[in-house]
Design a protein around this ligand. Structure first.
Ligand code: ASP
Length: 735
């Protein structure tokens, strides 16, 4: 790096978003809590005229208080505390894994639903929702991570820059976790232009309280996913438990319900079209500031390959699931996850084309080049950034297909996956804790053990080996130029799927990884013990490890370069937009955000207009007694008998089920509480409409709509259908 570049690096922006966000048009923007107070009086005045009666301070006071401290990170999803005794609301699809892990073919909660009428009946929730985090404080740590005196600023290679940032993050986390009961994380905002430490409390005893039958929670299945009109009751209820002393603790019988400092009230009245709402949650990833080649790569390469791969994997798992009910249960979460990813990929491809995202990115790139050419007062590194960034991205695309398949191999829930993580953990164990890769430190062991335990209930060996055989064959085909030696040696060069499967069947017969105890002991195994193992999967994992490690090393180098050029590129883009009176705001990064919105319909295409609300009437219209439109009899009976209790909406003449809002949301916002102007929960966000899947690349007032389930539907199910009146009383004490 030239000295000029080095000084430019330190000059990323005089106006990073947290210091100076200017109002975004309409309801665009996913606002970090700290940005709320800086939205400006005009914006707050406008929100108040729409019916919002809260202030920025009411939402987040910066010192661990405010309504947003009731919004909980539920591992890839969002939830919210809604009672003084720790009830947590989230989506059915977020708790899906936990419901599956608690189910057996005889006691199939996934199919039949789960209703606990007393505390004693609440069961342990495992999988992703088994650990939830409450954010108490955010601290800007940019200076420490990449300021003038940081190791990052002094580093002389891209890999060293990446390592410097990782090291700083781990040190900050370790210091933060010295305080008891904390689980901390450092999040990169704006691709690493700024960094924030998140001080969180992690709860490890979460229990399942209520889940509707799949015929309600997942009504419409993949056919309706990312679609409107929508009629899924995508909600579930969990409860957080702590030790009798009130401290976060692992699951134990004697634990007691947690009493949160803040919880959201459930609204006693429903919503209406035109109402203002707030959606608060943990949106995962948006991609709003991509270069032209990055957009093209997503549209033409990544999403098509993802769609094809996932649909092939679904077919494999579904065929196995048809063979027996136990396998069906074991593969259900994976099928659902792949299904969501596959539908999403198709939505992205269609939306990217329809919205002309590539052309827009090209237009902006040209405009940026002209702007920078005329602004010699701006740092030269900003002007260099677009081309440098494109170079880094182009280099990263070499071998991307091989990498894609290898990463899928690692992800498949299988004996090989378990062995690979043991081998990687053992390798990392050779280093001092702070030098180990994130995810492989002492602080991560507990989770690794939990994953091995969960595998006992979710692994379907035949389905897993068929999926693996498919991916191994694909990897070999994509790896002609850079063969994966471990695969060639184990299965033969260019092996057929059948031959690979036959070999894997032999390995399945010989492996000890079907035994939970063996897998658990591997979590703590030393490298020498694994090296001496005769287990065929451990041997394959050891042989494959160098290839995977090489991929990770290349990724580190790329990421180090991106840490230089992406923030510079963003700064340049920010200057361009500022010259036109527009602001940029940070892409989603799985941190807490708030989106303001209105209950509103939309027009997906000429002559078609969607109204924003659905009801039980629509459930009956869609019902066809066959998956995925097969609601349970008890629900259909109550709906047909118009047994609405007090939950019907007069304007709909029925119990409300879903509603649309124009929020700025994405995956990860699932389970986000949708609050009315007083901050009371009226629903839960769970999806977006088809035209808004590619909203990840840009918000639009015409098509950005997110799908919410109306809480009245959940309350109706609990009270009228399942007789869980104590639960309803706890959620709505005034009732
Ligand atoms: N249902 C979606 C998901 O979990 C949420 C969204 O994408 O808006 O991916």
């Amino acid at each position: 790096m030239t000295p000029r570049l080095r000084s430019a690096l330190l000059l990323l922006s005089a106006a990073a978003f947290l210091a100076l966000p200017s109002p975004a048009p309409a309801d665009e923007g996913q606002w970090p809590p700290e940005a709320l107070a800086k939205l400006g009086t005009a914006r707050w005045g406008e929100l108040s005229s729409r019916g919002l009666s809260l202030t920025a301070q009411d939402l987040w006071d910066g010192s661990g208080g405010g309504l947003l401290t009731a919004v909980i990170d539920v591992g890839g999803c969002t939830g919210a505390f809604v009672s003084e005794e720790g009830l947590l609301l989230t989506n059915h699809h977020c708790a899906f894994g936990a419901i599956q892990l608690a189910s057996t073919p005889e006691k199939n909660y996934l199919r039949d639903g789960f209703v606990s009428k007393t505390r004693a009946e609440e069961v342990e929730a495992r999988g992703g929702v088994g650990r939830v985090r409450l954010l108490s404080r955010l601290v800007d740590v940019t200076d420490r991570v990449r300021g003038p005196k940081s190791a990052f600023a002094k580093a002389t290679s891209d890999t060293a820059r990446y390592e410097a940032v990782e090291r700083a993050k781990k040190e900050i986390v370790a210091e933060c976790e010295k305080a008891p009961d904390r689980r901390c994380a450092v999040a990169a905002f704006e691709d690493g232009r700024t960094f924030q430490l998140m001080e969180q409390v992690e709860f490890r005893d979460v229990r399942l309280v209520y889940a509707p039958p799949r015929g309600v929670g997942d009504f419409g299945g993949e056919e309706d996913n990312f679609r409107w009109p929508r009629h899924a009751g995508d909600f579930s209820v969990l409860r957080v438990y702590v030790s009798p002393e009130g401290k976060p603790a692992a699951y134990a019988k004697e634990n007691v319900p947690y009493r949160p400092k803040r919880w959201l009230k459930v609204a006693s009245k429903g919503i209406a079209e035109g109402d203002v709402v707030m959606i608060a949650g943990f949106p995962g990833r948006t991609q709003r500031y991509l270069t032209p080649s990055a957009v093209a790569n997503q549209e033409k390469w990544f999403y098509p390959l993802r769609s094809k791969t996932l649909s092939d994997l679904i077919a494999i798992l579904a065929a196995e699931g048809k063979k027996d009910p136990d396998t069906a249960l074991r593969v259900s979460s994976a099928i659902k996850g792949y299904g969501n990813g596959e539908t999403n990929s198709r939505g992205q491809i269609e939306g990217l084309a329809r919205n002309g995202v590539a052309a827009r990115a090209e237009g902006e790139a040209k405009e940026l080049a002209a702007f920078l050419a005329g602004r010699k007062d701006l740092p030269a590194a900003w002007a260099a950034a677009p081309a440098e960034l494109e170079k880094v991205l182009a280099a990263d695309r070499t071998g991307q297909e091989r990498r894609f398949y290898l990463e899928e191999v690692e992800r498949v829930s299988s004996y090989l996956g378990s062995a690979l993580s043991a081998v990687r953990r053992a390798e990392e164990r050779k280093k001092p804790d702070l030098e180990r890769e994130a995810g492989y430190q002492e602080r991560d062991l507990d989770r690794a053990r939990q994953r091995e335990k969960d595998l006992t209930r979710s692994l379907a060996p035949v389905a897993a080996r068929r999926a693996l055989a498919y991916l191994v064959a694909k990897t070999q085909a994509a790896a002609a130029e850079k063969p994966v030696r471990a695969f060639d040696e184990t299965f033969g060069k260019s092996a057929t799927v059948e031959a690979i499967e036959a070999k894997l069947a032999e390995m399945d017969a010989a492996t000890a990884l079907g035994d939970e105890k063996t897998r658990l002991s591997n979590v703590d195994a030393q490298p020498a013990a694994l090296a001496a193992s005769k287990d065929p999967y451990v041997k394959l994992a050891l042989a494959l490890h160098p290839d995977l490690a090489a991929l990770r090393a290349a990724r580190k180098e790329t990421n180090g370069a991106l840490l230089v050029w992406r923030p510079l590129y963003l700064s340049a883009l920010e200057a361009l937009r500022a010259s036109k009176g527009k602001a940029i705001y940070p892409d989603a990064n799985s941190t807490l955000r708030v989106s303001f919105a209105t209950v509103k319909g939309y027009s997906p295409r000429e002559a078609v207009t969607f109204t924003p609300r659905t009801s039980l009437r629509g459930v009956l219209e869609k019902e066809r007694a066959a998956e995925p439109f097969a609601a349970p009899k008890k629900v259909l009976d109550a709906a047909r008998a118009a047994d609405f209790g007090t939950w019907a909406d007069p304007t709909l003449g029925s119990v409300p089920v879903g509603f649309l809002t124009d929020g700025d949301t994405t995956g990860g916002n699932s389970g986000s509480p949708t609050m009315n102007g007083r901050g009371e929960v009226v629903g839960l966000n769970f999806d977006r409409v088809w035209e808004n899947v590619a909203g990840d690349f840009g918000w639009s007032p015409e098509r950005s709509r997110n799908v919410n389930v109306d809480l009245r539907y959940a309350l109706w199910m609990m009270e009228r259908v399942d007789g869980a009146s104590a639960l309803v009383k706890e959620l709505l004490p005034s009732k």
